[in-house]
Design a binder for this molecule. Structure first.
Ligand SMILES: Cc1cc2nc3c(=O)[nH]c(=O)nc-3n(C[C@H](O)[C@H](O)[C@H](O)COP(=O)(O)OP(=O)(O)OC[C@H]3O[C@@H](n4cnc5c(N)ncnc54)[C@H](O)[C@@H]3O)c2cc1C
Length: 304
């Protein structure tokens, strides 16, 4: 195998591209936005930066938080001190750093939208807004809103959480997590450099209702909506049957990160799984002993 196209340049795609290009494959990374402030808390847990120390050992602006306050609507609050901090980034910064690492490893980065894929006998034609790229293999990393019908996971509405919130120009030194009785989800307040990410994610309620819950929480805590910027996005949150049938790999392709549904269905943590799956996918692709069917099977095995 000589040439790989990585479709999407979020954390999952950037890490896959970095690893593939470092190993000498001609690697194209195609993303319609490149580094952007994706709606996200931006929180990286200890398991992520323990496994990938470059996620903490760098000069990027970030917030290291060790104090968390968990609150239940009726049960009161409990404070928790984390022995290892939660590291909180702006996604613009984090994505920018991961894309730069991919570029410095030799990946060719193009800002373009992928329109579709056509299977050829020995590979793929990847159709983009700016032309076609012929490639031997594809890594699908297009996130939760993957629009490529024939590749990536196939979840239903029941396998998705909606997440929405505000970037609020304010400061605090701890993380707040707030739970409600009978609601599968939670509110978070994550301090970032220069602002707070205040959001809600959950299942079984329309976005409008989630927004009302969040705004009433913010009003009660005097978190000002003035000058706050609204955001919303989908999050995979697969139910049990969807995990059993999850389509993460096929003939000549592997899916990574959100486009493979690889998000903790309870907490919504996805950054670690995006980065880890990008790394694992690249290891499988680089193994020259395996044919494409064996690669798909090996990748599924790695994810279990
Ligand atoms: C509100 C919210 C808060 C969150 N908070 C956290 C958190 O604090 N901690 C945590 O660990 N996880 C969090 N997550 C989850 C986390 O954001 C995702 O799991 C993570 O971004 C997945 O990375 P990815 O690379 O798979 O996808 P993405 O980061 O979504 O990247 C996909 C990329 O593909 C590109 N793309 C899509 N379609 C195309 C196309 N057709 N052509 C070209 N490019 C395309 C997009 O531009 C994008 O750059 C949160 C998610 C949400 C929605």
């Amino acid at each position: 195998m000589k040439r790989v196209a990585v479709l999407g340049g979020g954390p999952a795609g950037s890490v896959a591209a970095e690893r593939l290009a470092s190993a000498g494959l001609e690697t194209y990374l195609l993303d319609e936005k490149l580094a952007w402030e994706k709606p996200c808390g931006g929180g990286l847990t200890y398991k992520a930066y323990q496994k990938y120390p470059f996620l903490i050992d760098n000069n990027l602006p970030k917030k290291l938080v060790t104090r968390t306050v968990l609150t239940d609507e009726r049960g009161g609050s409990v404070g928790m001190r984390l022995s290892q901090p939660l590291v909180i980034y702006s996604r613009l910064e984090l994505n920018g750093m991961l894309l730069k690492r991919a570029e410095e490893s030799g990946a060719r980065i193009e800002k373009t939208r992928v329109l579709g894929l056509d299977r050829r006998s020995n590979g793929w034609s990847v159709r983009t807004k700016h032309g076609t790229i012929e490639t031997d293999y594809c890594v699908v990393a297009t996130g939760a809103r993957n629009g490529l019908r024939d590749v990536g996971t196939q979840w239903t509405g029941a396998d998705t959480m909606y997440a929405l919130g505000y970037w609020v120009p304010s400061n605090q030194e701890h993380v707040d997590i707030h739970f409600f009785r009978g609601f599968e989800g939670y509110i978070w307040v994550f301090p970032r450099c220069g602002h707070l990410s205040v959001g809600i994610c959950g299942k079984g309620e329309p976005a409008q209702q989630l927004r009302q819950r969040l705004e009433s929480y913010m009003r009660e805590r005097s978190i000002l909506l003035k000058d706050a910027v609204f955001y919303g996005h989908a999050l995979p949150s697969l139910e049990r049957p969807a995990w059993r049938n999850n389509r993460v790999a096929g003939d000549g392709w592997l899916a990574v990160g959100d486009s493979a549904g690889l998000v903790d269905p309870v907490t919504g943590e996805g950054l670690y799984y995006a980065i880890r799956s990008g790394d694992l996918a690249s290891q499988v692709i680089l193994d020259e002993q395996m044919n494409p069917a064996e690669k798909a099977a090996a990748y599924r095995q790695h994810l279990q």
